[in-house]
Every structure is written in C-alpha cells, then in structure tokens.
Design a binder for this molecule. Structure first.
Ligand SMILES: Nc1nc2c(c(=O)[nH]1)N[C@H]1C(S)=C(S)[C@@H](COP(=O)(O)O)O[C@H]1N2
Ligand SMILES: [Mo]
Length: 372
C-alpha cells in the first residue's frame, strides 16, 4: 500500500496557526536576545578588547548576567521545540522550492535552526559539565552565537509582515472550534514546560530555588560549603612548606611565605563564585586586599596584574586582573573561606577572589603576581 505524501494542507491543528508561531517566536526572541547579550558580556570579560570596560561593582553583577544567560538558554529549549512543532508542516509545502528568494529563505531557516539547536545543546551539556566533543567549547559556542543571532535577525525581517498580521489580528468571532489541542492550550503547555525547565535548573544560581531545583547539580554540598570545579588532585597540585608567593614589579621581585601573608592586615568580604558553567554561590572570604599588597611592593593600585598558579597543565592556571579590580579593596588574595583555612581544593595556600568576575578568572593555587 502506498501512503499518501502529506502536504501542508493536511495540518489544520491550531498549534500550527501563524498566531501561535508568532507568539512563541516573540517569547523566543526575548530569551534568545537575553542569552546572546549576556553571553557576549561573558565573552568580553574573558577576552577583553582594549575598548572594553567591566566594573568591579556591584559585586554580584556577573552572577546575575551569567545566571540570566543560563536561565534564558534553558527557557529557549522548550520554546524552540514548540516553535519548530508549530511550523513543521511547512516542511511538506510543495513545490519544495518556488523561487530563488524562497530557496534562500528555506536555507536561512536551516542555518537558523541548526545554529540555535547547536547553541542550546552545547550550552546545556556545558552546564552539565559534559564535553562529548573535540573542539574548544567557548570559541565554537561564541562563533555559532553570531551565526544564530544573524540568521534570527534576517528571519524576523523577512517574516515581519506575517508576524505583524498574526499578532494584531484577534480571534475571529465566529471561528469554528478546531479539533484537538486549542491554540491557547498549546501556548499554555509551552509556557508550563518552559517554567518547569527553568525552575528545575535555576537553583544552581538562584539561592531561593536551591531546594526545588532537582537538576541543580552544583550545590553548597562541596568542601567548606562551596562547590569545587577542579580539584587539586585533578589539577595535579601538591603543596610544600617551601612555597613562596612571588610578587614581580619593574623594580624587582618580593617573596612572601604563607606566615608573612597571614601577618599582613586581613580583609573579609562576602563574594560569589559565578562559574561560566552556570552555577554560582556566595561565600565569606578573608585574606590580603590586593591594593594593599601592591602598595606594599611599591606598585600603584589600578595597575593590571597577571596571576599565575602552580598548575602546569590546564587552561585556567593563569588570569589577568584589570586595573578596576586591582584598585578595589574587595579584590583579595584569599587565605580563608567561610571561617576556615582554604581547603586545597579551593586553592590553598591562596587564591584570587575578586568582585564581579567569572569564576574561571578566580585563580586558585596562586604562586606569582606580576605587575604589568
Ligand atoms: N588554577 C586554577 N584556578 C581555577 C580553576 C582551575 O582549573 N585552575 N578553575 C576556575 C573555575 S572554572 C572556577 S568556577 C573556580 C571555582 O572555584 P572553587 O573550586 O573554589 O569553587 O575556580 C577557578 N580557578
Ligand atoms: Mo568555572
């Protein structure tokens, strides 16, 4: 028996109505734009061009932008699936290609869906700290983000007349009730699925949702009440009493033993670790304030400083503190966490903790500071 090939005309369910597609598209535009902008901010902080400025206050701003990045990304997943469901009958539109503009439009939708899907799945796997690929995630995720946002802009521009028509047209008075799930039902289900996805994961970064987010895998259960991303064992870190911190300036190198650092005035600060992988948590840190340490070796606070750790391999053993941060008294070379000497997993003997920065730049196991 030969099955009839369905055509676009066979799909009459209300979920495929252009008003549904447009409403979900509007929600998707909001979540995707939020995700793009916050992702761009995160990228710029980690790879700052000369024109870029990121303040050191408010201390939790990055925690908010990166939290929004992950939450808007997660919200986009059910929205994208619903949108694709809503428009998939178009796949059966015949003829396949009507004209050159039509062919281009179809191609752009292919690029758009592919790029959006790629961003959402790689982002989700990144949040789950699962890297089943051979490429360097941040670069590829960043490059494809431009592809996605560019094709979204083209798509919206091309569809603007339909979107406008669909969003301004009310429900006709005498519309016959359609079979199956209603338009409103489909929209409500989509909204519910989006809400559930967000609530299930947002506890990784939103404190009051911690108890209800079943999928918030990083919690305060880590050592000293704070999750650990890379353990000392994984980073191959051991410590010996001969450890010294080297502070290098144009006029020479000063070395500090751990006891000498402990003897300096100590500052306490409540600061979050906000990991680019989507979890964040606040903690109480205590240590030597960086501007004070710089003054001690004759360097003006506000000079940028390269921080190196004793980690030989790995991508996160070195970071650069920009001037805004080396001038801020809350930027610490921390020796204590939540009232205890830093655990080796949190960077013993000392680590950088600075306000309003991505976790990946909060270098642990510091051995060297260089005034640049
Ligand atoms: N030397 C070094 N510092 C590092 C890392 C690392 O791999 N090596 N990981 C960073 C990342 S990605 C994060 S989120 C924070 C986590 O700090 P925690 O383990 O104390 O919570 O440390 C940062 N500092
Ligand atoms: Mo991180």
């Amino acid at each position: 028996m030969k099955l009839p090939i369905p055509s676009e005309e066979h799909f009459k369910a209300p979920a495929h109505d252009e008003r549904v597609t447009s409403k979900i598209g509007l929600a998707l535009a909001v979540t995707f734009t939020t995700c793009f902008v916050t992702g761009l901010i995160s990228h710029l902080i980690q790879h700052p061009p000369t024109w870029f400025f990121w303040p050191s206050r408010p201390v939790g701003l990055y925690r908010v932008t990166q939290g929004l990045h992950v939450i808007s990304g997660i919200a986009s997943i059910p929205l994208l699936l619903a949108k694709l469901w809503s428009v998939y009958p178009k796949l059966f539109g015949r003829p396949l290609v009507r004209s050159l503009p039509h062919a281009l439009e179809r191609l752009s939708i292919l690029v758009l869906s592919g790029a959006a899907f790629f961003e959402l799945t790689t982002g989700l796997l990144n949040v789950a700290q699962n890297y089943p690929w051979g490429f360097y995630f941040p670069q590829v995720h960043y490059a494809v983000a431009w592809l996605a946002i560019g094709s979204i802009l083209v798509h919206v521009a091309v569809k603007l007349p339909i979107i406008r028509r669909a969003l301004t047209r009310g429900t006709p008075e005498n519309e016959p009730p359609a079979a199956g799930l209603s338009r409103r039902g489909f929209l409500r289900t989509t909204g519910l699925a989006t809400g559930v996805a967000v609530v299930a994961t947002a506890g990784a970064t939103v404190p009051f949702l911690r108890g209800v987010s079943g999928l918030a895998w990083k919690t305060s259960k880590g050592t000293q009440g704070l999750p650990v991303n890379r353990t000392a064992a994984a980073a191959g870190i051991t410590w010996s009493a001969s450890w010294r911190l080297s502070v290098m300036t144009p006029s020479g190198t000063t070395k500090f033993s751990l006891d000498e650092l402990r003897a300096l005035p100590q500052t306490t600060a409540e600061l979050p670790i906000a990991c680019v992988e989507g979890w964040s948590q606040s903690a109480t840190w205590r240590g030597v304030s960086l501007p004070a340490l710089l003054k001690k070796v004759g360097v003006a606070p506000g000079t940028s400083v390269r921080v190196s750790s004793s980690e030989r391999a790995g991508l996160y053993g070195v970071s650069v503190l920009p001037g805004e941060h080396t001038a801020d008294d809350l930027t610490l070379l921390a020796l204590e966490l939540n009232g205890e000497v830093l655990d080796l997993d949190h960077g013993f003997p000392c680590r950088i903790i600075a306000p309003n920065r991505p976790g990946v730049l909060q270098t642990k196991w510091v051995t060297k500071l260089e005034a640049l």
